[in-house]
Design a protein around this ligand. Structure first.
Ligand code: AMP
Length: 284
């Protein structure tokens, strides 16, 4: 397993693989890897001859009051994880390598980025789409692996790839959770023990929503009210959003019909956590 820091060296490695006819799977991450990332790398390694994992805390996707500076980083732990999961190369560029002075081109996906995290984190998806486009151009993978944990990001990336005719298959991967149901996240390390316990309210509220829907509830307001009630009963939690939307268009829906995404963002203390599930309702 190799760690490559600059674009030129990475391109050289990729072109030698391509000359050998090897397929390339790509997993973009911000590092501090956990089993959710591990799943993506293992999946990529089972479906491709070679796997590149990028580790880059992308400054342009963080807002001015967000956690760019304190985002956790640990390259040694990450290289062990990538190696154990079957990755071949870690691409770990500096911010200067990715954004040299004078950098002025950005990728904007409209519509899909307007609600949910896009509304709460202005400029976030512009930063994500710009860095993912750059990484796609540098690596030129056959397939790229994204977690359903970031459901809006996945929808936005799929749209970008379709709209810009990028010849890359986007492979969605399931949300990997702790044993007690909390979705794995690099940001979980910010939680103190009391907050860690309180964070279970995300999964608890979504599980209650799934039960309601499985029992035939189709009214979005009633489902939202159920989620809201459970989260509000947790003193350390503060709701950022609760959305019930069409899983493809990301438009709000009044009634559960077709494939529906239930997505929430909740502050536990100062830490903002997200979680979601997709429910396939009938055409009632
Ligand atoms: P990040 O390092 O947070 O930018 O995440 C990199 C990739 O890992 C994204 O595609 C995420 O959706 C995915 N990911 C993060 N957490 C999880 C998880 N708990 N389960 C599955 N995928 C995840």
């Amino acid at each position: 397993m190799k760690i490559i820091h600059n674009i030129k060296d990475l391109r050289q490695e990729m072109s030698s693989w391509r000359k050998e006819g090897l397929s390339i799977g790509f997993v973009p991450t911000m590092g501090y890897l956990h089993e959710g990332h591990g799943y993506l790398v293992k999946r990529a390694s089972s479906e491709n001859d070679r796997v590149v994992v990028s580790i880059f805390v992308n400054p342009i996707q963080f807002g001015p009051s967000e956690d760019f500076e304190k985002y956790p980083r640990d390259m040694e732990m990450d290289s062990r994880t990538v190696e154990a999961c079957g990755g071949h190369v870690i691409f770990n560029p500096s911010a200067e390598e990715m954004y040299p002075s004078g950098f002025s081109t950005h990728v904007d996906v409209s519509g899909l980025t307007e609600g949910l995290c896009g509304a709460k984190r202005p400029g976030h998806f512009r930063g994500v789409c710009t860095v993912v486009s750059k990484l796609f151009n540098i690596v030129q993978p056959d397939r790229a692996y994204f977690g359903e944990k970031d459901a809006q990001q996945l929808a936005v990336i799929k749209r970008m790839v379709r709209d810009l005719n990028m010849p890359i298959e986007i492979v969605p991967c399931p949300i990997i959770r702790e044993e007690d149901g909390l979705a794995k996240s690099s940001r979980n390390t910010y939680l103190n023990p009391e907050e860690r316990r309180a964070a279970l309210v995300l999964n608890r509220s979504l599980t209650a929503a799934i039960n309601l829907m499985e029992n035939g509830e189709i009214n979005s307001s009633s489902i939202k009210a159920r989620i809201e009630g459970i989260i509000k009963a947790e003193p350390l939690a503060r709701i950022d959003y609760i959305e019930i939307i069409d899983s493809v268009t990301l438009n709000s829906i009044g009634e559960v019909k077709g494939s529906v995404l239930v997505a929430i963002a909740v502050y536990i203390g100062k830490t903002r956590l997200i979680d979601n599930f997709t429910f396939s309702g009938g055409d009632r």
